[in-house]
Design a protein around this ligand. Structure first.
Ligand code: NI
Ligand code: MN
Length: 226
């Protein structure tokens, strides 16, 4: 399964021939200046919560790709008010079978409001089960005991976890999270974009390696198979 990283918490995964783009935040991200939003294709756009650094390019991307947006109820309603109709609303604990596989929207411990300050529902993460692989994107979350539920829903091939600290869990807590979700292959996101979340890449990867786990830090614009 092919994953391409677009910086911060934005990436795309191809599942059963469908392109899923997560948390589109490209044009405001100086580190992603070589990524052109208009070049990105999407059949689905999945949004974990309403913060600017996860939703900034959602309307534009949905407009030019005509992708279906999957998110919580409040975000789908807000997008409809911006002219993006036909989104698929979900809420915590719910799963749904799409043409590429099953999506379960799970809890995240964080906050969620729109760039204008209005209520954006509760923040979440997604478990994607399709194309013979399962992966989990945590969105923005603290380390929480709820993560122990994830292995009851799916045996994961990859987990995409925030590691930048300050606004979300950091590297040490992500190591514990990897134990809770029973997945030793982790891709780090939500780091380096702002001053508060810069990390030492080598030190982070060494911590994972010392614990018998893998921390993947993809360069922006690069792809990998998992
Ligand atoms: Ni956030
Ligand atoms: Mn964030």
């Amino acid at each position: 399964m092919k994953l391409t990283y677009y910086g911060h918490s934005c990436f795309a995964v191809e599942v059963k021939g469908k392109k899923l783009v997560f948390d589109p935040f490209i044009t405001p991200n100086e580190l992603a200046e070589n990524i052109k939003l208009e070049d990105i294709e999407a059949d689905y756009i999945l949004i974990t919560h309403g913060h600017q650094d996860h939703i900034a390019d959602a309307v534009e991307l949905a407009k030019h790709t005509r992708a279906k947006v999957i998110s919580n109820f409040e975000i789908i309603e807000w997008l409809a008010s911006q002219g993006i109709e036909g989104g698929h609303p979900m809420n915590h604990g719910g799963a749904f079978d799409f043409d590429f596989g099953k999506v379960k929207y799970v809890n995240a411990v964080h906050s969620s409001s729109f760039p204008d300050g209005s209520y954006a529902g509760n923040p979440g993460g997604f478990i994607i089960m399709g194309g013979g692989k399962n992966f989990y994107f945590a969105g923005d979350t603290a380390l929480t005991l709820d993560l122990q539920l994830i292995p009851k829903f799916a045996k994961l091939d990859l987990a995409i976890l925030p590691i930048g600290d300050n606004f979300t869990m950091g590297v040490d807590d992500a190591l514990v999270a990897a134990d809770f979700i029973q997945c030793n292959k982790v891709m780090g996101v939500h780091y380096d974009t702002f001053g508060y979340i810069r990390i030492d890449h080598e030190a982070a990867q060494k911590k994972f390696a010392d614990a018998g786990k893998e921390l993947i830090l993809l360069d922006i614009g690069k792809s990998m198979d998992f």
